[in-house]
Design a protein. Structure first.
Ligand SMILES: *Cc1c(COP(=O)(O)O)cnc(C)c1O
Length: 379
């Protein structure tokens, strides 16, 4: 039996990556918004059905653009799940807005609409939703609250490219969607991201915010004869080198997803009996959602035994990490946020979750070793 280390995540290698990068370097056009940006953007719009998409330098920057598009300021509050990556909170705090932490639903790790309902005030400007592991949040409950109170929804869809809620593509349900192409995500270009929009007016502003506050995008289309400073903004567009890698990856999106689902389905088929005997919760996907096989996680009943499982797997050369540390009790969360109702379920989820290796190239032999490693542990 092989004892090679089985790492948690390994970026997919797409066939066209190097030829595409070579084409960019030979073209005298490496800065943003060239032909590979256009091609990758078209593919993203095809996968998501989004009327508008803009590549960005990261998901964090896509979330910062969301804060600028919604004109957030110091008088505003944004409701963010406590169990989240830091970008969801810090992109809002960067605009001076107060982050108000909400709790999650233990069955999915996603924002709980009942928790959100308790936190809405006249200052609430947006709700930040994460589709954890690529499984959609309860969008019906959240959309109802947003509509009733005139609040925007930002979808941090870093995990959910290609996922669906009741047939609707994730990232296009709320006001603004954000994607990540960090090399730990299903599709990557080293570091990268995108903004998805359905509103034409927001799109016109987003183009300006992304290009140093100028209408250069309109100029490049020939709509104006020179470009000038129009609004505040920054430089959120990726270089063609990143877009070239992204385009190569998106060309093989179906293969990547098939292989991630193969891994996910192997775990889902092999672990239920062990989980029942050990009181372990396996990741579940509600029937009205199509997930993206971004993560496969388990929840062990208590934190000490969870840490013991991580050690047990590490001794067998298997890297299986925990996940987000709750934001509400983090140093910046205490300083920049408010937690009117304790986020006890976020703390419980964070203390009990463990993620198994999941990447397209995992072999049947490696998967058997992971399954064997997990099922040889007694909680
Ligand atoms: C990875 C991730 C981000 C940040 O993405 P970057 O592209 O690295 O900025 C934000 N939110 C979630 C949920 C993520 O998983």
């Amino acid at each position: 039996m092989s004892t090679d280390r089985i790492i948690f995540s390994r970026p997919f290698r797409a066939a066209r990556e190097l030829p595409n990068v070579e084409a960019v370097l030979s073209s005298d056009h490496s800065h943003g918004d060239g032909p590979f940006t256009a091609a990758a953007t078209a593919k993203l719009r095809e996968v998501t059905g989004a009327p508008y998409a803009l590549l960005t330098t990261s998901c964090t920057h896509a979330l910062e653009m969301s804060g600028l598009l919604l004109e957030l300021g110091p008088d505003d509050e944004v409701i963010v799940p406590s169990f989240a990556f830091t970008s969801s909170a810090t992109a809002m705090a960067l605009r001076g807005a107060t982050v108000v932490f909400a709790d999650i639903d233990l069955s999915t790790g996603n924002l709980d609409p009942e928790s959100v309902a308790q936190l809405i005030t006249p200052r609430t400007k947006a709700i930040m939703v994460i589709h954890y592991g690529g499984v959609a949040a309860d969008m019906e409950g959240l959309q109802r609250l947003a509509d009733a109170n005139g609040i925007a929804i930002i979808e941090d869809n870093a995990h959910g490219l290609g996922g669906r809620w009741r047939g609707r593509p994730l990232g296009t349900i709320g006001t603004i969607g954000a994607l990540s192409f960090h090399d730990t995500k299903n599709i990557h270009c080293g570091e990268g991201g995108a903004v998805l929009l359905t509103d034409e007016i927001l799109m016109a502003r987003a183009e300006i915010i992304r290009e140093k506050g100028t209408d250069r995008a309109r100029f490049l289309r020939g709509a104006v004869d020179k470009y000038s400073w129009q609004d505040i903004g920054s430089s959120y567009l990726p270089s063609e080198l990143n877009a070239a890698v992204l385009d190569a990856q998106l060309s093989e999106f179906d293969t990547i997803q098939e292989n991630r689902h193969r891994v996910w389905n192997t775990y889902a088929a092999a672990l239920p009996e062990w989980a029942r005997r050990n009181d372990v919760r396996l990741m579940t996907v509600p029937a009205d959602r199509d997930h993206t096989a971004h993560l496969y996680y388990l929840r062990v009943p208590d934190e000490h035994r969870r840490d013991d499982l991580i050690t047990h797997l590490a001794q067998r050369g298997i890297v299986a990490p925990f996940h987000y540390v709750p934001l509400d009790s983090s140093p910046a969360g205490l300083k920049l946020g408010r937690t009117p109702v304790p986020c006890t379920r976020s703390a419980e989820f964070s203390g009990t979750v463990v993620r198994l290796p999941l990447w397209p190239g995992l072999t049947a032999e490696q998967l058997a070793r992971v399954v064997d490693g997990v099922t040889s542990f007694t909680v």
